[in-house]
Design a protein around this ligand. Structure first.
Ligand code: BDR
Ligand code: CA
Length: 315
């Protein structure tokens, strides 16, 4: 498996919940060029995901293009996380991103991403179901070998959406299987890794103390996020997408182990489960699986990234 090219521009594919937004803000704050943002249904239905992204672009002054992608999984279904995250996909203790009718770039996500890869782009940070990426490698198999994909999804142990499956994997298991089969260079940042990097509502204090509407909004969103597991916000809540963003910003922030990765498609109880064979003698590794994170360093990237966005320092 190749090293990630240091400092290279990044394409982000996401389903724009709060942890996706935080991941984008971390990459911006790190000074990394974001070549484009493509959107996929996941945390919420696609129109809500687009509204969230366009509102964030307006608020934070993003200059990169935003492209709408898949509204359903490859099999035509759509699973969202509204039962946990509410209608916007971003639970809040108060303020919400304003509904936004700005139109995304007219170029569809897969075509735009293919164009960027054709022009030499490599690093793709995927933070939602892998539908857009699967459609890309189906349409352009020649591009699969060019991609360096860092994906927040899957789990080496238990799931979150179901007992066995992580949400992004469960929402489109066929997409996970097709991306794996295409031979993409893949780093999987799964639940086991992300559950070691947590926040509580108390982490919103510096944002609450900062001036301005953006700071107040991010404080409310972080508090809402921290209350997902427990209404008090005091029980540590795992960061997901920000851990994958940290891998792109600083590859040394997470330790990876090569292994054979597959995705279960058919089990009644296990659909969307990522199955990992750690024994190379049994099956040749095809992915790098995230293990121990530098939790303190990743929390710092997350909290300083939000603060920089709130105060306009990274704009
Ligand atoms: C993943 O699912 C989504 O709800 C989050 O944004 C994250 O990408 C965690 O299972
Ligand atoms: Ca996500």
């Amino acid at each position: 498996m190749r090293d990630l090219p240091p400092g290279a521009p990044v394409w982000i594919d996401c389903d724009m919940g709060f942890d996706d937004l935080a991941a984008v803000l971390m990459v911006v704050a790190a000074g990394r060029e974001i070549a484009g943002l493509s959107l996929v249904a996941g945390n919420a239905a696609l129109p809500q995901v687009v509204s969230n992204a366009m509102a964030a672009r307006r608020l934070f002054g993003w200059g990169f293009p935003v492209h709408a992608g898949a509204a359903t999984a490859l099999n035509g279904t759509q699973v969202d996380a509204g039962y946990v995250l509410g209608a916007t996909g971003m639970p809040s203790a108060g303020r919400q991103l304003a509904p936004c009718a700005d139109a995304p770039d007219s170029r569809e996500a897969v075509a735009a991403l293919a164009g960027w890869l054709d022009a030499g782009g490599r690093v793709v940070l995927a933070l939602g179901p892998l539908t857009n990426i699967a459609q890309l490698v189906a349409a352009r198999p020649d591009l699969a070998a060019r991609l360096d994909l860092v994906w927040m999804g899957g789990s080496a142990t238990t799931g979150n959406h179901t007992a066995a499956a992580e949400f992004n994997a469960f929402a489109d298991p066929e997409a996970v299987a097709q991306v794996i089969a295409a031979g993409v260079s893949l780093r999987m940042v799964g639940l086991d890794c992300c559950r070691q990097v947590c926040v509580t509502a108390g982490d919103a204090a510096p944002l609450r103390a900062a001036p301005g509407e953006a700071a107040a909004l991010l404080a409310d969103l972080l508090t809402g996020y921290a209350r997902i597991r427990d209404p008090s916000g005091a029980v540590p809540m795992a960061l997901f997408d920000p851990v994958a963003a940290a891998v792109v910003i600083d590859p040394a922030s997470v330790a990876f182990t090569p292994a054979r990765l597959d995705c279960e498609l058919s089990g009644d109880l296990t659909r969307g489960m990522t199955v990992i064979e750690w024994r190379a003698r049994k099956s040749a590794p095809n992915a790098l699986i995230a293990g121990r994170p530098d939790a303190a360093a990743i929390r710092t990237l997350f909290l300083t990234g939000l603060l920089a966005a709130a105060t306009g320092e990274s704009r």
